[in-house]
Design a protein around this ligand. Structure first.
Ligand SMILES: NC(=O)c1ccc[n+]([C@@H]2O[C@H](COP(=O)([O-])OP(=O)(O)OC[C@H]3O[C@@H](n4cnc5c(N)ncnc54)[C@H](O)[C@@H]3O)[C@@H](O)[C@H]2O)c1
Length: 346
């Protein structure tokens, strides 16, 4: 099923409920190159061996300049030029690296994604933000540029490890918090195994998430306004992720709880919402407590991209489905972090 979505910087063809075997019709071999990680290549290398393939080390540690340098040299050695499309096949780490690399290599060549992780399918591959980390700062260097197409083949999920299923659900729970409360109702009455064993149900949920993110990004691609709400849980989440080497989804789970605590103080959100979200996060195998150093987290936040002098544009909830962006000072963020840190004692 093909849907085309037009963003200010370009249009993206979404091939939903598709099969990776279609890749050969969409993207003729001679012009393209695949970048993937070692895990994906081990499971699925045969599917795309007809292409020239570059394989990188899996994991967040690859999202850095060294990888970009080394990939750029490999592209040059393979004489990759302006008419080439670079196709990233993998999770969010691959889409971030490929999107960024393709945006700067030869001042921009076209790129496309085949997301293979749940988190990649519902979030990372969508919206055109691509970037790499610098020291403990997540996505510090990056671009906003849209892929030519995104091909969805949910049969990739068959080999996705349990922990990565949970990580993907963290972003789905985020969509439930900031947008569509019916997502939360659906999640509460089901569990990972229901979605795992019913691909059509998983496809439906993925489609809802894609639509929700795209509706927001279409109206504010450069994140000057409404797109900021997609950062719900990500401000402190990113600091937890890099400081404590947590997977992205786990870090977002914890970050959402800090945001809910801050909402209780600054928008009078009822504590029952936090209790409901804690249950849902746990139901999907996600962490709800963390032992951490508040000073280190606050120090990391000082270089957050949403910083505005002595404050950060923080996403809070007024109610489920009603996010607002409020400028919180570092002192106010520290207060919320303290309450969250104290939760480990209970
Ligand atoms: N650009 C954006 O808008 C955006 C949004 C959300 C997250 N992200 C980024 O995405 C990254 C997290 O993405 P992720 O959770 O997909 O991480 P990931 O790419 O590291 O994938 C997680 C692990 O699962 C493996 N894997 C992926 N698909 C598999 C499959 N089908 N079968 C077996 N193993 C598989 C990978 O090899 C890896 O080991 C973070 O760097 C985060 O910052 C970006």
């Amino acid at each position: 099923m093909l849907h085309t979505i037009s963003f200010p910087t370009g249009k993206v063809d979404y091939y939903l409920n598709s099969s990776c075997s279609q890749l050969f019709q969409i993207a003729p071999t001679a012009h393209n190159i695949i970048i993937t990680d070692k895990n994906i290549n081990q499971f699925y290398g045969d599917l795309f061996s007809i292409y020239r393939v570059i394989i990188i080390k899996p994991g967040e540690d690859s999202k850095n300049w060294e990888t970009i340098n080394s990939l750029a040299s490999k592209l040059a050695a393979l004489e990759v030029h302006k008419t080439t499309t670079i196709i990233g096949i993998g999770g969010g780490v691959i889409s971030d690296i490929v999107g960024f690399l393709a945006s700067v290599y030869m001042r921009g060549v076209s790129f496309a994604f085949v997301p293979t992780s749940l988190l990649g399918m519902v979030d990372a591959a969508i919206g055109g933000k691509n970037g790499i980390n610098v020291d403990v700062h997540k996505n510090m260097i990056g671009t906003i540029r849209q892929p030519k197409f995104i091909l969805y083949d949910t049969s990739f999920l068959k080999t996705l490890p349990d922990e990565e299923w949970s990580n993907g659900f963290a972003e789905i729970i985020k969509y439930g918090c900031i947008g569509e409360p019916k997502i939360l109702a659906d999640l509460e009455t089901n569990n990972i195994n229901t979605f795992r064993s019913k691909p059509e149900k998983m496809n439906e949920l993925i489609a809802i998430c894609i639509q929700q993110k795209n509706n927001i990004v279409v109206s504010d691609e450069q994140e000057s306004g409404v797109r900021k709400v997609l950062n719900f849980g990500h401000t402190t989440g990113h600091a937890f992720e890099t400081l404590y080497k947590l997977p992205h989804g786990q870090a977002v789970s914890l970050g959402m709880l800090v945001a809910l605590i801050a909402s209780e103080k600054h928008t009078n959100l009822s504590t029952t919402v936090r209790m409901q979200i804690i249950q849902t996060l746990q139901h999907y195998g996600l962490p709800v407590k963390l032992r951490f150093d508040i000073d280190k987290v606050v120090q990391t936040l000082r270089l957050d991209k949403k910083r505005n002098n002595d404050a950060i544009d923080f996403v809070l909830l007024e109610a489920l489905g009603k996010p607002i962006v409020k400028s919180l000072t570092f002192t106010e963020i520290r207060e919320a972090l303290q309450i969250f840190a104290d939760a480990i004692k209970h």
